[in-house]
Design a protein around this ligand. Structure first.
Ligand SMILES: C[S@@+](CC[C@H](N)C(=O)[O-])C[C@H]1O[C@@H](n2cnc3c(N)ncnc32)[C@H](O)[C@@H]1O
Length: 207
């Protein structure tokens, strides 16, 4: 990832961690998609929540179902909230595009509303990282864009802090997942829990 968008997003979430958490619904259609994934996992599945934020609701639901849950985020502010709210998860500071884990260590990876904050030229690298850390047959549940958005630099309206978004349209995302050897078995259009444009949630099996 190039430095400027990364800095904007990382500092942005440090700044708005509390207000994002206060506004984040915990029972929307995205949670239903997560529960679908969880129903496919063994109780001792090792699961990564990539871009976990404050860990609510996604990391927390995962830890309620099993003991081997890892959350990763690059915002220290978000991780600090997550530590208090999801004490049973292992929490790691790191970047989606360079996951600090050995190959084939996970049964599943989920990523909610995080990849859309990374410049889209780096999305193939993120998909490759998901493939690398998953065991063969492991599952990826990834929240991606539905429309073509090369870059959006928003100076103020995201909870009052500068923010950055970038993503491909749904068809391109599905193609890129296939190129990364992630076989899509379900794709859902899910409304944004905070009232923004909807998202593509792709469930894929690692080849
Ligand atoms: C909109 S929040 C979503 C948090 C949580 N997944 C949820 O569902 O509420 C996006 C999170 O992704 C993290 N993030 C964005 N880009 C990242 C990157 N390149 N590496 C690690 N974390 C990143 C941000 O710090 C932020 O905590």
């Amino acid at each position: 990832m190039r430095d400027e968008p990364r800095r904007v997003v990382q500092h942005g979430y440090d700044d708005v961690a509390e207000s994002y958490l206060a506004d984040r619904p915990t029972d929307g259609a995205d949670v239903a998609v997560l529960r679908d994934l969880m129903a496919r996992l063994a109780p001792d599945a090792r699961v990564l929540d990539a871009g976990c934020g404050a860990g609510v609701p996604v990391t927390r639901l995962l830890t309620e179902a099993g003991p081997n849950i890892i959350g990763l985020d690059f915002s220290a502010g978000q991780l600090s909230l997550a530590r208090a709210r999801v004490p049973d998860a292992d929490l790691v500071q790191g970047d989606l595009a360079a996951l600090p884990f050995r190959p084939q260590q996970f049964d599943a990876v989920v990523s909610f509303y995080a990849i859309i904050h990374v410049p889209r030229r780096d999305h193939p690298a993120i998909f490759n990282e998901c493939h690398r850390i998953l065991r063969p047959g492991g599952l990826a549940l990834l929240c991606l864009g539905t429309n073509d958005l090369p870059e959006d630099h928003d100076p103020t309206s995201w909870l009052g802090t500068p923010m950055y978004w970038s993503h491909y349209d749904a068809a391109t995302n599905l193609e890129l997942l296939d190129h990364a050897h992630l076989d899509v078995v379900a794709d859902h259009r899910v409304p944004d829990p905070m009232g923004h444009r909807g998202h593509l949630f792709a469930l894929a099996i690692r080849r």
